[in-house]
Design a binder for this molecule. Structure first.
Ligand code: VGL
Ligand code: ZN
Length: 270
């Protein structure tokens, strides 16, 4: 048996029977139909300084390292409600990394019906339009990752480790949350920072979806606000790719001092 502790929705302890395979299956897994590499999406290795000290194949994560698996959910896969081109391609890379880490956190976008980030709630607005919320600019999205739907479930092929923490976010009706650390009002904390710090985690490796939104802001908060050393594994992420969003992410990550490597450089696939 493994226990997934769900952060962010009160005391919600989900018990999952488990075998060595550790995959939790979910309905609604989507097949990949679009292939877009990170370089095609304009994400260059120069997005941050290369993580040169990690290029050693013998690199092994320690108890001070954490793996943050961001939003590997069905709605972000091609064919899902908010598709990320090439989204399914990250799964194998993430699965190769997961068993190497003692501390693994999965974030889960977890919206109530009628969430304020849904364009459907704003008259005259379309998905991917911008609008202004009390806390600032907000992109409006298709209805996605509605709580307890197939779309909000983790992809069926994602490896869930023996012990994982799930950090749910975006469940407050009036606040969206890209980062797994702080919601979009920049004030409301998810609790993830203190969870990681109590475990002694000092460095996080970030993977998942989407590069230009939830991955970006998770990395930036980890570095800028939580003082963590942050490594983005660039072949384990893909971008939504709205106009200017990838370029903005590259700049923001660079400014935050986020370093970039590939899973291969960490020796995971070799
Ligand atoms: C995300 C837009 C809205 C993400 C989540 O996971 O990047 N993007 N909700
Ligand atoms: Zn969302």
């Amino acid at each position: 048996m493994e226990i997934l502790v769900i952060l962010g929705t009160g005391i919600d302890l989900m018990k999952v029977t488990n075998t060595a395979e550790t995959a939790i299956t979910s309905a609604g897994a989507m097949a990949s139909s679009v292939v877009l590499s990170l370089s095609e999406a304009g994400i260059s290795p120069q997005a941050g300084a290369p993580a040169a000290d990690l290029l050693d194949k013998k690199f092994a994560p320690t108890a001070e390292d954490g793996l943050l698996v961001i939003d590997v959910q069905c709605d972000f896969m091609p064919g899902g409600a908010l598709p990320v081109p090439g989204g399914t391609e990250v799964i194998g890379v993430v699965n190769a990394l997961v068993p190497r880490f003692e501390h693994v956190v999965l974030s889960q976008d977890w919206h109530p019906d009628g969430h304020s980030s849904f364009a459907s709630q704003h008259e005259g607005k379309n998905p991917y339009d911008e609008t202004t919320f009390p806390y600032g600019q907000q992109t409006l999205w298709p209805d996605h990752c509605r709580q307890n739907t197939a779309g909000s479930s983790f992809h069926a092929d994602l490896t869930i480790p023996q012990t994982a923490v799930v950090c749910r976010k975006g469940f407050r009706p009036e606040i969206d949350s890209y980062s797994a650390f702080f919601e979009n009002d920049s004030v409301t904390a998810t609790g993830l920072e203190h969870y990681l710090k109590q475990l002694g985690v000092k460095r996080v490796f970030v993977v998942g979806l989407a590069y230009d939104f939830c991955v970006r802001y998770t990395c930036e908060d980890a570095a800028n606000r939580c003082g963590l050393d942050v490594i983005l594994v660039r072949d384990a992420t893909r971008a939504v790719g709205l106009p200017g969003s990838v370029e903005a992410a590259v700049g923001g990550l660079k400014d935050a001092g986020v370093r970039v490597c590939t899973a291969g450089e960490l020796g995971t696939l070799s």
